[in-house]
Write a protein that binds this ligand. Sequence first.
Ligand SMILES: Cc1ncc(COP(=O)(O)O)c(C=O)c1O
Length: 484
Amino acid sequence: MRAGAVLPRVWRGKRAVVLNLIEYIQNATKGVVPMHMPGHKRRTGLAPYLEELAAHIDVTEIPGLDDLHCAEGILKQGMEKTAALWGSRRAFWLVNGSTCGILASLYACVPPRGKVICARNCHRSVYNGLGLLDAMPVYIMPEFDTETGISGPVSVQSVEILLDKNPDAALVVVTSPTYEGVISDIEGICAAAHRRGIPLLVDEAHGAHLGFGSGFPGGAVRAGADIVVHSFHKTLPSLTQTGALHINGDIVDEREIGSALAVFETSSPSYVLMASIAGCVDLIQERGGELFRFWRENLGEFYAGTERLCRLSVKGPAWLRDDSKIVISTACTDMTGTSVSRALREEFRIETEMSSVNYALALTGMGDSAESLSALASALLRLDKAASLAQVRAVPAPVLPGRAMGAAEARRKKSVAVPFGDAAGRVSTEAVWAYPPGIPLIVPGETVSKELIELIELYLSAGVALRGTAGLQPGMLCVTADQS
Ligand SMILES: Cc1ncc(COP(=O)(O)O)c(C=O)c1O
């Protein structure tokens, strides 16, 4: 639970047991500068619809109110507007986050046991989709920056090589931008996939705001990706769980996507969430130019104000990046990413989105104000003075573990829990990831290597919380009981 530092104070209070969820959230967030999702940043004054969202519009599919899964009226119009704004052939609204869009895309495009060319740094929803289909992933290893410990872009060349070796692949999947804002050459990857008639799915969960000009580069819809999945809540002023799935071109059958969404998305779509999507789309259409400019100017001031940092750095690796995701590197200091996040929380009441060994991530959104960014800049300048320079603590690039069996088969195997340190050579029956970002370090069916154990130990020593699908104690892993 990311708000861990705040929650105990609430629970320790005498009234903790009688607080309802709203009071609870209000208590836990009072006075905290939210350098994290959702993009509306609790600034309900930003636009009237944010103030208005409440139970009085929490209705259901009564006549006149349309049906998300079979839209013909007001919801259809809203989705058409969404497609027009982003420039896609068709847009589907999502009320179960990007997760349901990704699951539905895989289900629609990949036959059972089909082959998928997939970036290894994909979110766990991609792995879950592959697991459900018992699909065969062929991994693209993105570049890696050992100083920050951040995965880089997926190169067109690496995709070309895998496409040549796997002409029977049903789909190519990449994440762009990544959690840390790294953008891949989607046009180039598209061209490579399309030359072979293979569709490209871009998980653009963190980039719904890209491609609108005003200094936010990229935008996978305009780059021609066949399917693009957006979470609105991550960067735009919209409620959590909202997003859109866009379709382009003519390789992907939109009816297949529609029926797959009916499998993975709730049959009771929330009108509160849909009202949020509609409001967000209207807001961008009507005031997008001004709001994107304002966001960009505030970021410009933040980056100008932090040029004086001598030990910490907010420059990020030198790849094409969406710099609305502020990467606070501690690589050359005596601090870790987790200790910077803790100091920001405890000394400055600023909550970051995530932290890792050598960096913390402050996620900005359209809802950020000049004050929130200026508070972050001042806090970083103060922390910079207190930090000492130290030798760079390199984070080794992840090594792709060997695959002993498919994920579906491994999950069904009899398993035993062992300490990570004793797991070398054993086959994992669970996935393990740091959350956020939710990118698995190992998935079921893969063999634990010495390098992986070292990487896990590095994460744990830096205070990065790891989670596994088996829900074991930290430091334990489920492996197949059968060692042969
Ligand atoms: C890259 C990426 N893709 C997909 C998702 C899932 O998005 P959602 O939480 O909207 O379901 C996440 C969540 O953090 C993510 O980081």
